[in-house]
Ligand binder design. Structure first.
Ligand SMILES: *Cc1c(COP(=O)(O)O)cnc(C)c1O
Length: 392
């Protein structure tokens, strides 16, 4: 065995000893409300498949037609020979959806965030980042030369204190639209007020909101009626918008033009595959036309949140389909998830270091495709298991 393997094996056994080693559960079917795991049918409550589009028939058909018409791959980055008509159409369609000048596609939102900050900010500028921001925002900010400030999660006093101390040329506030471990929506209305007071601009990563939060699913800024006050929106096609992959930045023309010229994950990484592009166009079309998806998701969310509280569990957040069920104790948390799996409920327990110490929780994620029966079955399972483990 080589030295590197010995070192890594020691590190891996440490992770196992700490109980934070992640075993991937293998699912044997397409992504649906009901999936097969280890030959067993289970109800899936942990996908980001908020609108049930991951295995939507129209979207599958669009992807298959796209392969026939546009081919499987492009074998090029965008600026060499990797831009087809459909890439421009998808960028225009996202821009219209979010009411921004222009949009630029990336292979993922991780790449979009990774290529954003260093491209538009210099050492004359400053970035103010929420402490719970997604890893890709943190990494993206690390790459840039701007001064870096980290404010306490959704703490507007702390943000204001930091903004007021800065004399930077450009001040950029960066936040997740939705904090995915807590199911809370960032106070973007208040961030807009501070941005106006201190002449700052705003970047929102709306991965857990695009397509389903806000009256028309335009995200967390629409939720507060301030869509036009948010300067930069980054998001993913890998969650509500079909769940495949791809990400984007939507913003003013000058910001997007600059990203096309200089953003490294855009310049040096392959174009999105045609099937994905056309399928994502279809996903946006479906969301624009079929308001029932949003309604079903909202009703499922309200129903589940109300019932789970009624039987005695404590939950976080207010209205988001991410419902963190607080168990606090990490061992009880794991025991609950295992007992639920025996009752064919597939949920994942989260504990330190993914969430703060002694804040262990089960994160349930709802989808528009969960039926009322499935939700009732899940509530009953939570009730039985919660009682058996003396949690409720
Ligand atoms: C999921 C997620 C990402 C990553 O998106 P990908 O397209 O899967 O790379 C980035 N930011 C936030 C807030 C996310 O939830």
């Amino acid at each position: 065995m080589k030295e590197i393997d010995k070192i890594l094996n020691t590190q891996l056994s440490d992770i196992k000893d700490q109980g934070t080693y992640k075993n991937e559960r293998v699912i044997e079917t397409a992504q649906e409300a009901e999936i097969n795991v280890n030959g067993k049918k289970v109800l899936n409550f942990c996908a980001n498949n908020y609108l049930g589009l991951a295995n939507n028939n129209q979207i599958r058909q669009a992807a298959m037609n796209a392969i026939k018409e546009w081919g499987f791959g492009l074998g090029s980055v965008r600026f060499i020979c990797g831009t087809q008509t459909i890439h421009k159409e998808l960028e225009d369609s996202v821009s219209r959806f979010l009411n921004k000048d222009d949009t630029i596609l990336y292979s993922s939102c991780f790449d979009a965030n990774g290529g954003l900050f260093e491209t538009i900010l210099s050492d004359k500028d400053a970035v103010f980042s929420d402490e719970l921001n997604h890893a890709s925002i943190i990494d993206g900010i690390r790459l840039c030369k701007a001064q870096k400030f980290r404010y306490k999660n959704c703490d507007m006093d702390d943000l204001e204190k930091k903004l007021s101390q800065s004399t930077a040329r450009i001040k950029l506030i960066a936040t997740d639209g939705v904090f995915s471990m807590d199911g809370t929506i960032a106070p973007i209305d208040k961030i807009v007020n501070l941005a106006e007071k201190y002449n700052a601009i705003i970047m929102v990563d709306d991965c857990h909101a695009t397509g389903f939060i806000g009256k028309n699913g335009k995200g967390s800024a629409e939720y507060y009626n301030v869509l036009d006050k948010v300067d930069i929106i980054t998001s993913t096609f890998g969650k509500a918008l079909g769940g495949a992959s791809g990400g984007f930045v939507s913003a003013s023309k000058s910001i997007i033009d600059t990203l096309r010229q200089k953003s490294r994950p855009y310049l040096f990484s392959n174009s999105l595959a045609p099937a994905l592009v056309v399928a994502c166009l279809k996903a946006l079309e479906i969301i624009n036309l079929n308001k029932n998806l949003l309604k079903d998701l909202e009703q499922n969310t309200l129903f589940f949140r109300e019932k789970i509280k009624e039987i005695g569990f404590e939950v976080m957040g207010e209205s988001h389909p991410i419902v963190p069920i607080m168990i606090y104790d990490a061992k009880k948390n794991v025991a609950l998830s295992e007992m639920l799996l025996e009752k064919n409920i597939y949920v994942i327990p989260f504990s330190f270091p993914v969430v703060p110490k002694d804040q262990a929780r089960i994160r349930v994620q709802l989808s528009s495709i969960h039926s009322r029966e499935q939700l009732e079955y899940a509530i009953n399972a939570f009730k039985d298991c919660g009682k058996a483990l003396n949690i409720i």
